[in-house]
Design a protein around this ligand. Structure first.
Ligand code: SF4
Length: 265
């Protein structure tokens, strides 16, 4: 299996996985609490209500536990298997809960989001899904465009005059040479419209931690490979992206051996 670049060198998958496990443990504690209530004859809840809640909680905990085990197994063993995406989908229901636990533990939200994107990318790397160029969509944030550029590229990206003041020109070269679609979006609504229009099988998205993680969740089960943008001028202003990461991701999904065999996931 060929491998592609990670979100960032120091991004740890265990941040997200550890918080996921914490969320699960919290659910189990809640179940035990209700079990104790159900066994108490003077309980505020009726025994029946408690039993229904316990059954529901047991069922969802079981699914999430399976999902978590599947993710860890796939990442450790570096292999995928049928049904993995389904279990991962069930596990993702806990994502808002994971963020809250992280907040409670004073873990920076962007660190959790980076870790989540890393886990997501790793799972995508394991999936042997390769596709034709016209089924790949590159979604870029508007803040990559030079702030002083008078050209409107959000409707038609080829309006770019390729002056080289920002990376849009190079990104056009990269995507055009591979025949994949490229769209510059100003927000989630336009991104969703682009997805409806091009009906991609894979999205390679560039954005900040928050937009990437919400994009992955919004479009699931459609695979989104996330690449974090660089913000040398602060957030949402003249941002940049590691072009090599974009090229390597595209070559990986296009099954172009030349570039992808020399990189690691
Ligand atoms: S490369 Fe394109 S988008 Fe960037 S500043 Fe020049 S014309 Fe504008």
């Amino acid at each position: 299996m060929h491998e592609i670049a990670t979100v960032g060198g120091k991004t740890k998958k265990r941040t997200f996985l550890g918080l996921l496990l914490s969320a699960l443990i919290l659910i189990i504690i809640i179940i035990v609490y209700f079990l104790v209530i159900a066994g108490n004859p003077d309980a505020v809840f009726s025994r029946n209500v408690a039993m229904v809640l316990i059954t529901l909680a047991f069922f969802s905990t079981g699914l999430i536990l399976c999902g978590l085990c599947c993710i860890i197994f796939a990442i450790v063993k570096k292999r995928t298997f049928p049904g993995l995406a389904w279990f991962v989908g069930r596990t993702l229901y806990l994502y808002p809960f994971v963020l809250q636990i992280g907040r409670f533990l004073s873990i920076a939200q962007d660190k959790i989001q980076r870790s989540f994107i890393e886990v997501n990318n790793q799972l995508l790397c394991l999936n042997p899904l390769k596709t034709e160029a016209e089924k790949i969509l590159v979604l870029l944030p508007h803040c990559l465009q030079f702030d002083g550029c008078p050209v409107r590229i959000t409707k038609i990206v080829t309006n770019c005059k390729r002056c080289g003041k920002c990376q849009i020109a190079r990104l056009l070269e990269i995507t055009e040479s591979r025949g994949v679609h490229m769209v510059v979006v100003t927000g989630g609504t336009i991104a969703r419209r682009a997805v409806e229009r091009y009906k991609p099988k894979i999205i390679v998205a560039v954005a900040c931690e928050r937009d990437l993680s919400s994009g992955v969740l919004d479009t699931f089960p459609l695979p989104v490979f996330g690449i974090l943008n660089e913000r040398p001028n602060g957030p949402c202003f003249n941002t940049r992206v590691d072009l090599q990461k974009v090229e390597k991701a595209l070559d990986f999904f296009l099954n172009r051996e030349v570039v992808s065999k020399e990189v690691r996931c």
